[in-house]
Design a protein around this ligand. Structure first.
Ligand SMILES: [Zn+2]
Length: 223
């Protein structure tokens, strides 16, 4: 795993209030209780929440299509670690949301990843609608935006801090386990050394299949 360095706005912070004291699966819903005092999560972690979230199904189910039977498990694991994705923090109160809503939010945030990545390259404008009760705070020469929704935090994390280096692994259609990654270089195609090796093996195999009938001897280049 490559080291991640925060770029973008040095004096601009984004925070979200979240955290649960318990969470469990009840039928097709996840229910639980918010922490009495919020855990405040900030951008700039070594592994952005956006990346954790968008890859959260892959850890259960390698391959491009998530197994719907594994969704509740993945949603519960994420919720216990970070909190409910699509509802605002309410100190000490109970919460309840459908697993299907969690999946829909991931789907929308994946689209946001692709759209923001495109806008960033094209230097286009991006509008991100916000929830009520959220605020900007100017303090100590910096500017911080405070939200109480994790999905708002994630989309702002994608747009403000990560936009220039949003990538999806070229091994995505095959067996990549964490295709959403932050490239350290624009030309980086693979999320990891193992995906790069797998990609190279496939390219070699394709070359071999294409050329073996062409009268070439198939001698491999040394690297
Ligand atoms: Zn990969």
């Amino acid at each position: 795993m490559k080291r991640f360095l925060v770029s973008g706005f040095a004096d601009f912070g984004i925070e979200v209030e979240s955290g649960v004291s318990n969470a469990e699966l009840q039928g097709t819903n996840i229910t639980g209780t918010w922490l009495a005092a919020p855990k405040v999560i900030r951008t700039g972690a070594s592994r952005p929440i956006a990346v954790e979230l968008l890859n959260s199904l892959r850890g259960f189910d390698p391959g491009p299509f998530p197994d719907p039977r594994r969704l509740p498990e993945a949603a519960l694991r994420f919720t216990k670690k970070f909190g409910p994705l699509t509802i605002p923090y309410r100190a000490g109160l109970a919460f309840r949301f459908p697993v299907a809503g969690w999946w829909l939010a991931i789907h929308q945030l994946r689209n946001a990843w692709a759209a923001i990545s495109h806008s960033s390259r094209e230097k286009a404008t991006i509008d991100i609608p916000l929830d009520l009760g959220e605020y900007f705070r100017f303090a100590n020469g910096g500017l911080t935006f405070r939200t109480h929704r994790l999905d708002t935090f994630v989309v702002l994390e994608i747009a403000s801090v990560l936009a220039p280096r949003l990538s999806v692994c070229a091994n995505n259609r095959f067996d990549c386990r964490s295709p959403y990654f932050i490239a350290s270089d624009k030309r980086e195609k693979y999320c990891s050394e193992s995906c790069a090796r797998a990609g190279k093996r496939r390219a070699n195999l394709e070359w071999w299949n294409k050329n073996r009938k062409g009268g070439k001897d198939g001698t491999q280049k040394t690297r």
